[in-house]
Design a protein around this ligand. Structure first.
Ligand code: ATP
Length: 501
């Protein structure tokens, strides 16, 4: 990628210099001849394979080289199972030939960023004892017509040549971000170049024969399978689509175990609890989380990573780095009241749900209250969504209860509450009943959303009425300690009074 940028900057500067010389009245014809000569030599050398095309990352097979095996990938059991089955067709080629099964040509890995698609492709190369050649869709795209198609040809050729050189029977080509090169034809503004590149890819895939001495398998990854050209998706090209989703709670625990294997862990660290708190994290987030926890331990000159380091790291990955900006005392008090409001309503409506409560600024937030979901949730009921709206609005209403006014700190909470209210409407759970989402008039949507939000606001006002004293007491503790864990928060409120809705 860097090489490509340097190349394009050099070209741009070259043209600018030539323009400048013309403007100054110099004769640039000899320069153009010299430049043309070198360009011709370069392209000739590239087409003969003497110059390596930009971007192909060649990684050979074998444990010592790509180093990645399926054991290094957590939380993707079903993806691994599907992938292994397809790979077994390559390994047991003679057996499947007897049954007349045609080995697969292409496997498409789809899923959100950072879930392990590249890792799966690397592990596949190890599993099949194949040479591994990796590139990314963006490496094919240049402004010059025909270059992309030439690079596709080169990619397949390189894979076959590398396999032959290393005496291997199999080659795996991995193209990340396939949507860049495999997008629907005609959809791009400079579509001739894009279309030529995709056509070449289709030609190469059609030319992959099962009786070749080197069997080639194309593995591609994308976060946007909806953008791909139907010709790529048809059987005979990408025959198998493997979904690589965000990991479940058990999956997250597995990934945490993998990434803490090489780290000294204190006895108080419970990876199951951390997995519970990290709903929505990808494998890449979890890897970063373990790394950040180790950095916190290093900063504190500790020999082991403790659960406190992990808590800080979860906040860092979720919210961003702690900020130096310090709000003034009055602002800090308001932030503490606001976060206490969120926490109190969260604990009343969903006992045991508060995980952390803090007034130290991080990322875009001056303070925050984090919930720990009991279980991963994939279906939301009306009751669940209404409770979440209440928790989102509770910060503003706590401010109103204590200071008799609200602040701009509530803007994000309102956006979240509005989004949740719209989900209620779109799922047919509002007073409008079942609706066709696209044909709801804007003012009708506005009035139903306002109705839902108003109803929840009234509910929170009623709930908060007896708790003004409690809010002030927790605010004072928060101003002194800056951060309360869910357990500390619960210990305090349980010693004060029994919470009731
Ligand atoms: P993108 O779509 O952005 O290219 P990706 O799905 O290809 O992302 P990878 O590059 O495979 O993601 O993962 C990035 C890093 O995240 C890996 O190097 C690894 O440290 C970690 N990681 C991601 N998923 C997993 C997983 N399932 N198990 C273990 N580690 C993982």
């Amino acid at each position: 990628m860097i090489k490509k940028i340097v190349k394009e900057i050099s070209l741009g500067s070259g043209i600018a210099i030539l323009g400048f010389l013309v403007w100054k009245g110099y004769d640039i014809l000899p320069l153009i001849f010299i430049f043309g000569f070198f360009a011709a030599v370069y392209f000739l050398a590239e087409s003969k394979g003497m110059v390596k095309p930009v971007g192909f990352q060649k990684v050979s097979s074998g444990k010592g080289t790509t180093g990645i095996t399926f054991k290094d990938i957590g939380g993707q059991d079903s993806a691994i199972k599907e992938l292994k089955e397809a790979l077994n067709f390559i390994i047991n080629y003679e057996q499947i030939k007897k049954l007349g099964i045609r080995p697969l040509k292409g496997i498409l890995l789809t899923g959100p960023p950072g879930t392990g698609k590249t890792l799966l492709a690397k592990a596949a190369a190890n599993y099949t004892d194949a040479v591994f050649v990796a590139t990314s869709g963006s490496e094919f795209i240049e402004m010059y017509a025909g270059v992309g198609a030439q690079r596709v040809r080169k990619l397949f050729k390189t894979a076959r040549e590398n396999a032959a050189k290393e005496g291997k029977n199999n080659a795996i080509i991995f193209i990340d971000e396939i949507e860049v090169v495999g997008g629907k034809r005609g959809s791009n503004s400079s579509h001739m170049e894009y279309d030529q590149t995709l056509n070449q890819l289709l030609v190469e895939m059609d030319g992959m024969k099962t009786d070749d001495s080197v069997k080639t398998l194309l593995i591609a990854a994308t976060n946007r399978s909806d953008m791909l050209d139907p010709a790529l998706m048809r059987p005979g090209r990408f025959d198998r689509h493997v979904k690589v989703d965000l990991p479940s709670k058990d999956g997250r625990e597995q990934i945490l175990r993998i990434h803490t294997r090489n780290k000294p862990m204190a006895a108080d660290v419970n990876l199951c609890d951390i997995a519970k708190e990290t709903f929505g994290f990808s494998g890449a987030h979890l890897e970063s989380l373990t790394n950040e926890a180790a950095i916190y331990a290093f900063r504190e000159a500790e020999k082991e990573i403790t659960s406190h380091h992990f808590k800080e790291a979860v906040d860092k990955v979720m919210m961003g780095e702690k900020l130096d900006k310090r709000p003034n005392q009055a602002e800090l008090r308001r932030v503490a009241v606001h976060e206490t409001g969120h926490a109190l309503i969260s604990e009343i409506l969903k006992p045991g749900s508060v995980s952390t409560l803090t007034i130290s600024p991080r990322g875009n937030a001056l303070g925050y209250m984090r919930q720990s979901p009991e279980d991963d949730i994939y279906l939301y009921t009306q009751d669940y969504l209404e409770k979440e709206i209440c928790i989102a609005l509770a910060g503003a209403l706590a401010e109103e209860a204590i200071f008799d006014s609200r602040s701009t700190g509530n803007a994000n909470d309102f956006e979240q509450a509005e989004r949740l209210a719209k989900e209620i409407v779109n799922a047919g759970m509002s007073s409008m009943g079942t609706v066709a989402k696209a044909s709801i008039p804007q003012d009708r949507m506005h009035s139903v959303v306002t109705e839902i939000l108003q109803e929840q606001e009234n509910k929170i006002k009623e709930i908060l009425k007896p708790y003004s004293e409690t809010i002030i007491e927790i605010t004072d503790i928060l101003l002194e300690k800056e951060r309360l864990s869910g357990d500390e928060f619960r210990k305090f409120i349980n010693s004060e009074k029994q919470l009731t809705a």
